[in-house]
Design a protein around this ligand. Structure first.
Ligand code: BES
Ligand code: ZN
Length: 893
């Protein structure tokens, strides 16, 4: 069968399945070259659907036998479906047995059953189960699973599947077996099995409800010393879901398994979560604070899916945000609640918004724009996007905000909890839609703004694109009245020329000249334009709009420098305080970029901005993590989004120039910051100490950058020393990165030493590759380095983490190096997309998205990029995954 010849699926075409599967009895004889799978299903016709043939999905399977109620039967193959036309009439249950084989060792797509090292793993979401056996591989078909695993006992001593282990024992020829029964019905995408030589960290816990559970984290022997943090994160997740949502663990045993070959981050299979090892393994010597934080949130995320995703699942894949948006919202809240101090909560919020604005806003403005509930797809894997996830989480967050009921529940937490309770009461055990979710939240809060505005609010689910809110203020001194006019608009997106107004909750404050807050309120904008008035004011206030980033919109307000400086100094909302600093920087960057004739050497930062940054850095009350965020300039990607025509190299040059000035002008302050935030004592990845490490890391990078200009050798020397002496990976890696980023002569020896130190730590070697492929470009030097890295014996195209660490770090995360006037970056990209597509289409399609925004590029990049995309598109036998991305990129829509 040729790759990728399927057609587009539409949301409006949803139909119930013609058959239900009540139970599945699976028997596996595991062998890397040829695994045998016997699948016995109890099925019946769905009485709501006209009688028709049974069509089971299957991919890359060898079929050897089909029996109906124990008898042979006729069947045919159509595309990738097994079609049975002569099934018993009537609504009685019948038994269907299907015997197939597959080849896990040859499965480079890492979807279905595959081997990694010497072990077996599965990945079934979204449509991988059909690569294991013929099935109704769709989420609204929920069945009870019994799984018998048989394999060689010495090679595969551990045999795991979903639910509870009910039987195990030995067989002939050195083989053994294990039988697992999952007490809950589930869709096929939540099926999992793992077999191999693994060891587990175990923890017994008693829940609030008084039940005993066994928690296990399975890893390869030798990695046990890196599982403590994952286990702690899992225990914290269990406790948090009970405390905040009253949701308890419903299984006796909950397992996490790490694998080093994984397409995504992690997967929520019922009772048997499978993780990319990157999101499990950590100790202070090998993982950074960021890694520790990611592990906490990914472990939480997959655990929280047990209720929001598994107990209540999606009716069809168009509803993906039902589980993903909601679960991202839950993992964000989990991390914030664990952070406890208000400042750490704000830091987490700023980080989440930064992801949304640098990744989701561009998606919403590009060729792949889609609503959080898409209307069509060619390949569902392409719709596990920042829009479905992060914007989806913002849409859930707005629902929480809009069920707030006054001073007793200002944030809406209690109202939202009531809504979640009702959602479970109504839908536990079923496959539902986004409409069902919003309806439950609204119905539980009948007097809320959400309930009043529900039909209009739901436009967030159906309309793509990022709304823009333009705010204009005017002050009438005579009456002491300030008016703020808020207008909304949203640019067309592919297939959606006209947008209706959204419901936009806008958290507002007014700051007076002396810095005190004179008003604060929540306004819900529903019209195209509305004017708010505030009376009794002595002087014109500074408006603080969209506090806490209360809605996923772009806010336009023509702030003056004075106003931004006032907000930076006085705003009670930490998000907008950070935002004011970013706007000050952005305005300057934009001004320099737009003056075509201005040479980089002549771009001079004004004293006012520098002084503002100095006072943030030296501020006695602000904490280190916040300072690190505030002193980091807006990213090149974020700046690019603010421009109509993008010259990535110019953006890069401007950002580098300003960074060098901040480094030099604040030299003494960076020295102070570096010395004053030293951590003594045992390593702990908590928010306070990781914030201090982040700030010293930035300070060291700035001091090395300043040294490049001044010729100073002291700070690069200190960085090298710190690199050598560091007691943890965060400090060590920051020191290494400071040398690499600043282009220090000492970088090469440090890189070499780093590789030698960690040659057996795959996750650390990924960092080593990523740092070099993502380094600051100097005269086009990065592409040759990337090509060189790909000849390194440690490089592999087949391991997704390794491929990402080099190729994605260059193509997707290093715009200044990738967008070359000679088009060599794009030629490299198209070669790698094509090469990867033959190995692993999911990974290839993600890489294909690196050129999503090609239409904005300045010439000659624009034409060169189009040519590179067309070159990929012209390749016959492209996967659906990659074909969908490049076709959309080239479309004129
Ligand atoms: N259900 C997904 C994993 C998944 C994604 C399976 C795409 C199949 C296709 C899982 O819950 C998830 O969302 N994982 C994220 C990490 C999470 C913390 C946002 C991932 O893998 O990136
Ligand atoms: Zn998820």
């Amino acid at each position: 069968m040729r790759e990728g010849q399927n057609s587009v699926i539409h949301r409006s075409d949803y139909q119930e399945p013609a058959f239900w599967i009540d139970s599945v009895d699976l028997c596996f004889d595991l062998d890397p070259a040829k695994t045998r799978v016997l699948n016995k299903m109890k099925m019946r016709r769905n009485p709501h659907v006209v009688p028709q043939a049974l069509r089971l999905d299957g991919e890359e399977l060898n079929l050897s036998r089909v029996l109906v109620n124990g008898q042979g039967t006729s069947f045919k193959m159509e595309d990738n479906q097994l079609v049975l036309e002569n099934l018993p009439a009537g609504n009685d249950v019948f038994e269907l047995e299907i015997f197939t084989t597959c080849a896990p060792a040859k499965n480079t797509k890492l979807s279905g059953l595959y081997t990694s090292g010497d072990s077996f793993y599965t990945q079934c979401e979204a449509e991988g189960f059909r690569r294991i056996t013929y099935f109704l591989d769709r989420p609204d078909v929920m069945a009870s699973y019994t799984v018998l695993l048989r394999a060689d006992k010495s090679k595969y001593p551990v045999l795991l599947s979903n639910g509870n282990l009910v039987e195990q024992g030995t067989l002939d020829d050195g083989r053994h077996f294990a039988k697992w029964v999952d007490p809950f019905k589930k869709p096929s995408y939540l099926f999992a099995l793992v077999a191999g030589q693994l060891v587990a960290r175990e923890q017994r816990i008693t829940s609030r409800a008084g039940k005993e559970h066994l928690l296990q984290v399975y890893v390869r022997p030798g990695d046990l010393d890196k599982t403590e943090h994952a286990m702690n994160s899992l225990m914290a997740s269990v406790a948090w879901d009970e405390a905040r949502f009253g949701l308890s663990l419903d299984l006796e045993r909950f397992m996490i398994v790490a694998t080093s070959d994984f397409n995504m981050g992690a997967m929520e299979n019922k009772g048997l979560n499978i993780f990319n090892s990157k999101y499990v393994l950590a100790n202070q010597a090998t993982a950074t604070d960021t890694d520790f934080g990611n592990i906490e949130s990914v472990v939480g995320h997959e655990y929280f899916h047990n209720w929001t995703g598994n107990r209540i699942t999606c009716r069809d894949w168009f509803q993906l945000s039902l589980k993903e948006g909601l679960t991202v919202f839950r993992d964000q809240e989990f991390s914030m609640d664990l952070a406890s101090e208000a400042s750490a909560r704000a830091v987490k919020r700023i980080e989440d918004v930064r992801v949304l604005r640098t990744a989701q806003f561009p998606e919403d403005a590009g060729p792949m724009a889609h609503p959080i509930r898409p209307d069509q797809y060619l390949e569902i894997n392409n719709f596990y996007t920042v829009t479905v996830y992060e914007k989806g989480a913002e849409v859930v967050r707005m629902q929480q905000t809009m069920v707030a009921s006054g001073p007793s529940d200002p944030l809406g937490r209690e109202g939202f909890r009531k809504g979640m309770d009702l959602y479970f009461q109504r839908h536990d055990g079923s496959a539902v839609t986004c409409d069902d979710f919003t309806q439950a939240i609204a119905d539980a809060n009948p007097d809320s703004k959400l309930a009043q505005l529900l039909p209009q609010f739901k436009r967030w689910y159906s309309q793509a694109g990022t709304p823009r809110v333009k705010a204009v203020g005017s002050f009438d001194g005579a009456s002491g009245t300030y008016s703020l006019t808020l207008s909304q608009s949203c640019a067309p997106t592919p297939g959606q020329a006209v947008k209706e107004p959204f419901v936009i909750p806008i958290s507002l404050g007014l700051i007076s000249a002396d810095g005190s807050e004179v008003a604060s309120s929540m306004h819900v904008l529903t019209q195209e334009s509305e004017t708010l008035t505030f009376t009794g004011l002595q002087a014109e206030p500074v408006p603080s709009i969209l506090r806490g980033f209360s809605a996923p919109v772009i806010l336009d307000f023509a702030y003056t420098d004075e106003q931004l400086l006032a907000l930076l100094e006085h705003d009670t909302d930490p998000f907008n305080r950070w935002e004011a600093g970013q706007r000050l920087a952005l305005n300057r960057m934009m001004a320099f970029i737009s003056q075509d004739a201005l040479a980089v050497a002549d771009m001079k930062l004004d004293a006012r901005y520098i002084e503002a940054m100095r006072s943030v850095l030296r501020h006695p009350k602000l904490d280190a993590a916040f300072k690190e965020l505030a002193l980091t300039l807006p990213s090149e990607t974020y700046v690019a989004e603010q421009l109509d025509v993008v010259d990535p190299q110019r953006i890069h040059a401007v950002r580098e120039a300003l960074r060098a000035q901040l480094a030099t002008a604040l030299h003494a302050d960076w020295e102070w910051a570096f010395e004053a935030h030293h951590e003594n004592g045992a390593y702990k990845p908590d928010s306070l100490s990781s914030g201090r490490r982040a700030l010293t890391g930035l300070a060291l990078a700035m001091l090395c950058i300043a040294a490049r200009t001044s010729g100073d050798t002291v700070w690069p020397g200190k960085a090298l020393q710190r690199f050598k002496d560091a007691g943890n990976m965060t400090d060590r890696f920051n020191a290494l990165a400071a040398l690499v980023t600043s282009g220090s002569d000492l970088a090469a020896q440090a890189l070499q030493r780093f590789h030698a130190m960690f040659k057996d730590e795959a996750l650390v070697i990924d960092k080593w590759f990523a740092l070099q492929a993502g380094a600051t470009d100097r005269g086009g030097n990065i592409l040759p380095i990337v090509k060189q890295l790909m000849t390194h014996p440690d490089f592999s195209m087949r391991n997704p983490n390794r491929a990402r660490s080099v190729i994605f770090s260059y193509c997707s995360a290093n715009p200044g190096a990738f967008h070359r006037a000679d088009a060599a970056g794009y030629v490299f990209w198209s070669d790698k997309v094509i090469e990867l597509d033959a190995i692993n289409p999911q990974v290839a399609a993600r890489l294909a998205r690196a050129l999503d925004r090609w239409k904005k590029l300045a010439e000659p990049m624009r034409s060169a990029a189009r040519e590179a995309i067309a070159r990929v598109a012209a390749k016959p036998d492209l996967s659906n995954d990659t074909r969908e991305v490049v076709t959309r990129a080239l479309s004129e829509d």
